[in-house]
Design a protein around this ligand. Structure first.
Ligand code: ZN
Length: 355
């Protein structure tokens, strides 16, 4: 029941069901995987199963009706503790892990975890963004990992393990989470009403690398508008390089933000191009395919029947776009990069029409 709303991670559910069923619930887990794929939701669901009074641990299920389940769903279970990097902060502050200076070790998550559970038979603590801990926080956490309190389960959540102390890593059982399959992500996008229709949800899912976090970024109305302008323009037989680069640069201004934001929005525009061309290759090479991007279909129809040169052209358009993304990553000024990209794309597209 509870796992139905967690998409794409059934292998991990099965792993927990089996190991807990054999009485092997670990004291500490490390959940690793990209942002926005459901690691936190998974941790919350796991805790709810461990707290639910109507099911045994090994069943790994939650009824959704007992008082424990209701408290979990309301976010008020006294034995479920969570910390993460506060909004606007860079690091996970030690105060949250081990209490403020004057009360070090007598407050904070590790201290609370050491107290007896209030209503369940154990406490579950989740530390999010654990790869953004500074040394002080990491050392404080290490003490708890070395001597985990009885009746406690600690779940650490990280996007990668590179920046984690090996001593932390080795004391946790690692559980890897993969990006969501595109179909699952499209369903989630629809469920959460991030997209208005299935077509749009599929397009967004294809662009989002299996991450709901990325899909939410993409849902910005201005960015969506720019994407549809760009796609319309790429599908147009009279591709106008100058007009499109002016329009996109003005759009980047409207999206605002600091230089870093501007750069990441520009990378989005370029990713829209690479997605467009790779979708066009798929459309042309699979005779029965219907492209989830309507403009790709319009563009592809014009190239039909496609020759191997057409497919090569699309690959070259894709490569040229990918190069622009690299250039922006290497700090080439955004306007220069976009203008040169659309100049080249225009020239390449015209070379095809002339033949
Ligand atoms: Zn329950």
């Amino acid at each position: 029941m509870i796992w139905e709303k967690i998409r794409g991670h059934s292998r991990q559910v099965e792993m927990f069901r089996q190991s807990i069923g054999r009485g092997r619930l670990a004291h500490a887990y490390l959940f690793v995987g990209p942002d926005g794929i459901g690691k936190r939701m998974f941790a919350h669901a796991l805790a709810q199963c461990l707290f639910c009074t109507r099911f045994d641990d090994g069943q790994l299920e939650a009824c959704g009706e007992c008082s424990s389940c209701r408290q979990m769903m309301a976010g008020s279970h006294p034995d479920y503790l969570t910390v993460g990097v506060p909004a606007g902060k860079k690091d996970l502050p030690i105060e949250l892990i081990a209490g403020p200076n004057e009360r070090r070790g007598r407050e904070g998550l590790c201290y609370e975890l050491s107290l007896s559970p209030m209503s369940a038979k154990r406490k579950v603590a989740v530390i999010d963004d654990v790869n953004r801990m500074n040394d002080a926080s990491a050392n404080a956490l290490l003490k708890t990992l070395e001597e985990p309190p009885a009746d406690s389960v600690l779940i650490l959540i990280a996007t990668d393990t590179d920046s984690l102390l090996p001593t932390i890593r080795s004391r946790c059982q690692m559980v890897r989470f993969a990006p969501l399959p595109t179909e699952d992500l499209a369903e989630l996008i629809l469920d959460l009403e991030i997209a208005e229709n299935r077509n749009e949800a599929e397009t967004m899912a294809a662009l989002s690398d299996g991450s709901l976090f990325v899909a939410k970024q993409l849902a910005d109305p201005e960015l969506r508008q720019l994407r549809s302008t760009l796609y319309g323009s790429l599908a147009d037989a009279e591709f106008d390089s100058l007009a499109i680069s002016d329009e996109l640069l003005a759009g980047l201004d409207r999206l605002g933000g600091d230089a870093q934001n501007r750069r990441s929005n520009a990378i989005w525009l370029i990713r829209f191009c690479t997605t467009f061309f790779s979708a066009a290759v798929r459309f042309l090479s699979e005779s029965d395919a219907n492209a989830s991007i309507p403009q790709v279909e319009q563009f592809g129809q014009r190239l039909r029947p496609a020759t191997s040169e057409d497919v090569e052209l699309l690959m070259a358009l894709f490569d040229r776009s990918a190069l622009a993304a690299e250039q922006i990553g290497r700090m080439t000024p955004v306007p220069l990069c976009l203008q040169a990209l659309f100049d080249d794309l225009g020239r390449m597209l015209r070379s095809r029409t002339r033949n």
